[in-house]
Design a protein around this ligand. Structure first.
Ligand SMILES: O=C(O)CCC(=O)C(=O)O
Ligand SMILES: [Fe+2]
Length: 288
């Protein structure tokens, strides 16, 4: 079984996969250095940083406790391209070789980046109840259970895939990202008993992610954030991708004006369009 087959199987089974050593220690250090240079407000004031796009208020009244506009908690004065403008290293994560084969396997040849933001947390911070954007637990009553995870011949259709890069160690001893493995396929809404005390539920796991790991998860997975228990700061960079015809908001991540992007990186920031008809393949070789 090749690696991709294994990743495909585990992603489908669990709703997420962790790839360790996706970034070298040098890449992690360079990204952390660039973030340090931003003099961000302390995590206690703003859990999120470097968000893009900056979002309009949701048209739908949010359910209590469910994060609404993802940039709403970001006090770091982001601009249209968010942290992409902080350095080439952030742009190179857009189509980093560690994630590209897995993203292509999930989303095909035409996909786009919808939004991004960073997360930092310090000891004792609790943030983020369990939620899922699609399926039975989704806040929108109109979505049918499993609508975004119907299994058709050899393809899985779902909404968004989040790629979250760990820039500091996180895991069961630290807190951070947590989820209910397999919940992307559940036909039942999250029971209130688990929602009320998700950190006490044996159904909820906090995957181990040493710095340099990356997690890919489907937004139909029931997931959230567990209280940060570690002395060091949590740092993660979240990039949210979807098949090219989908969009979450009417706003777009803008290309940074100070960094030259590759052809593929530019394509990832394009307006939505029908895959391979109004949105080109990200993998086509274009003659120079
Ligand atoms: O990485 C985490 O803590 C989860 C973040 C998340 O689910 C969200 O921001 O919607
Ligand atoms: Fe989420």
């Amino acid at each position: 079984m090749n690696d991709l087959e294994l990743l495909q199987y585990l992603f489908d089974l669990q709703g997420f996969i962790v790839i360790e050593n996706a970034l070298s220690a040098g890449e992690v250090a360079a990204l952390n250095r660039l973030i340090d240079e931003q003099n961000l407000p302390p995590p206690s004031e703003s859990t999120r940083f470097g968000s893009a796009p900056t979002l309009a208020a949701s048209l739908v009244k949010p359910e209590a406790g469910v994060p609404e506009g993802e940039a709403s908690a970001d006090q770091s004065a982001p601009v249209g391209s968010g942290f992409l403008g902080w350095g080439k290293a952030f742009c190179d994560l857009l189509d980093h070789p560690s994630i590209l084969p897995a993203l292509r396997m999930r989303l095909g040849d035409a996909f786009r980046l919808d939004r991004l933001y960073g997360m930092n947390m310090t000891k004792g911070m609790a943030y983020g109840r369990l939620h899922a954007d699609y399926g039975a637990t989704a806040p929108k009553s109109g979505s049918q259970p499993g609508e975004y995870y119907a299994f058709r011949p050899n393809q899985v259709y779902e909404g968004f895939i989040v790629v979250a890069w760990a820039l500091s160690d996180s895991g069961p001893d630290h807190g951070g990202f947590c989820c209910i493995p397999g919940s992307h396929k559940s036909n039942y809404k999250l029971p209130q008993r688990i929602s009320d005390e998700h950190e006490a539920s044996p159904a909820v796991v906090i995957p181990a992610m040493p710095a340099g790991s990356v997690i890919l998860f489907t937004e139909s997975l029931t997931h959230g954030t567990a209280t940060w228990q570690a002395d060091h700061v949590r740092r993660a960079l979240l990039y949210k991708y979807c098949i090219s015809h989908l969009a979450w908001t009417s706003k777009r991540v803008e290309a940074p004006t100070n960094i030259e992007l590759t052809r593929r990186q530019k394509l990832l920031l394009r307006e939505p369009g029908d895959p391979l008809r109004h949105f080109p393949s990200l993998f086509e070789e274009v003659p120079a």
